[in-house]
Write a protein that binds this ligand. Structure first.
Ligand code: NAP
Length: 444
């Protein structure tokens, strides 16, 4: 269930197992690829090439894409269990983590997921409004999603216009008056979660400078110990990159991206809408690699009209599956779903809904293979009866509920129509941003 990377890698592992296996891949949208389509930033087309590999899997005769069907809404988990020998949930982490501070719901305060969904043309977010007439934007969090948000805010239209960015976002960004972008980390530069490549990219923008105060790069002894660890080269390199940013002299570029460390937002302020964020200075406490940010009580107010909270994602519960609220994942033991009595043979999970929102696309390959190994080890426990009829059992239920499911061939029609729409604009595709448009493209 779910057609993002972990779903396709689980299918790959099942096909490689040598067993006679049929896979139906359920997806709530009419279009496949999950975060590769709607999460990966439009200016990172190489990452999107993963879909070429997924296409090969999808074209296998023993694979069926079943789009536009939402498990938990259109079908129950019980109905699926009655139709299949095993289910692997690969539905990702579709909700944002929130700060839980006063003022978080003010107009002008957004999550990175909303913004990324909007510029990537996700149907759930295409009607969101971001007031880009504001000059100062704040991003909370220093991971790769924060880097994506910063780049999209800081890039020029020329840098974005030939990507698959949604046209509504390109047009709004073309009018953007955002000048100052503040990227706030609650811990120090040695603990920032950016990949080196993503951090370097922020220093190479056509019309935006990166600003780091040299004194903000002073490290405590515990952080020095962390950087000396040979397994921590990414952080070591990140600090070197920050140092190179700090050594740059100012230019007259239109926008500026400021990195802040050891600061946590404690309140968002504003009368009708967001006007400022109150930040508290932190100090690090704990041993190397276990250092946590602790507030010092010293506060400062940063005026801003836009804020994007980019502090990670969490899974969304599905009725009939135990959920681990603390971790934001399905309750599982190495990919086997748990209920109150232990693991449940026949129910599995992989990807972000199993381990949480960590790693890059390729991380999901090993993770999904591990879940499939657990499934294969359980084969003797699974009902091998002939009465599991798969889509033959599900199609009548969908028909009765008036749900039109989308096949892979249908998706190829949507795909071709999107590519055609993009041609005149010099884009690889112009995505449909509404489910009804996607369904219409199948029939036209
Ligand atoms: P992430 O890497 O976990 O970063 C989350 C950031 O939020 C960290 O800086 C974290 O700081 C901070 N944070 C968490 N809770 C906070 C709080 N209460 N207050 C203030 N700050 C808080 O998450 P992400 O950026 O959402 O990325 C998710 C995954 O997708 C990552 O594995 C990432 O590498 C991957 N990704 C990859 C790419 C790419 O390859 N180009 C692009 C996008 C995403 P602490 O360290 O202190 O917790």
């Amino acid at each position: 269930m779910g057609s993002g990377p972990s779903g396709f890698y689980a299918t790959e592992a099942l096909f490689k197992s040598g067993k006679n296996v049929f896979v139906d891949m359920y997806e709530r949208l009419p279009v496949p690829y999950g975060l590769v389509r709607h999460g990966v930033a439009p200016d990172h087309p190489k990452l999107k090439q993963a879909t070429q590999f997924y296409d090969k899997i999808a074209r296998a005769p023993n694979h069926r894409f079943v789009g536009n069907v939402c498990v938990g809404r259109d079908l129950t988990v019980t109905e699926l269990r009655e139709a299949y020998h095993a289910i692997i949930f690969t539905c990702g982490a579709e909700a944002d983590r929130k700060l839980g501070i006063p003022g978080e719901d003010l107009t002008g305060s957004h999550t990175a997921m909303e913004f990324a969904g909007w510029y990537n043309g996700h149907p759930d977010y295409c009607d969101h409004h971001f007031d880009l007439s504001r000059e100062v934007a704040v991003i909370i969090g220093q991971g790769n999603v924060a880097a994506d948000v910063c780049r999209i805010l800081a890039k020029t239209v020329d840098e974005l216009k030939n990507t698959d960015i949604a046209q509504h976002a390109l047009e709004a960004l073309a009018e953007s008056r955002v000048r100052e972008i503040h990227i706030i980390g609650r811990r120090g530069p040695a603990q920032a979660r950016f990949s080196n490549k993503e951090l370097l990219e922020l220093g190479e923008l056509a019309n935006a400078d990166v600003i780091v105060a040299p004194e903000a790069l002073e490290l405590n002894p515990e952080s020095e110990t962390e950087l000396a660890d040979r397994n921590n080269v990414t952080s070591m390199r990140n600090v070197e990159i920050f140092q190179s940013f700090a050594g740059r002299s100012a230019t007259i570029k239109r926008r500026r991206c400021h990195f802040h460390f050891l600061k946590s937002p404690v309140e968002l302020r504003g009368r009708q809408r967001l006007e400022s964020v109150v930040l508290e200075r932190n100090k690090l406490e704990g041993s190397p690699f276990n250092q946590a940010a602790r507030g010092t009580g010293e506060k400062m107010e940063l005026p801003c009209g836009l804020l994007f909270c980019s502090i990670g994602h969490k899974g969304v519960p599905v009725s009939g599956v135990s959920f681990d609220e603390r971790k934001g994942v399905f309750a599982n033991e190495e990919g086997r779903l748990r209920d109150g009595n232990g693991t449940v043979p026949g129910l599995y999970c992989a990807g972000w809904i199993k381990r949480g929102p960590t790693g890059v696309i390729a991380t999901n390959r090993g993770d999904s293979a591990a879940t499939v190994n657990a499934l294969l080890a359980d084969l003797a426990l699974l009902d091998s009866g002939e009465d599991r009829k798969g889509m033959d059992a599900i199609c009548p239920l969908l028909a009765k509920r008036g749900i039109k499911h989308v096949s892979f061939e249908d998706w190829l029609k949507i795909d071709a129509a999107e590519v055609r729409r993009g041609e005149s604009r010099g884009k690889p595709r112009e995505k449909f941003t509404r489910v009804r448009e996607m369904l219409k493209a199948i029939d036209s």
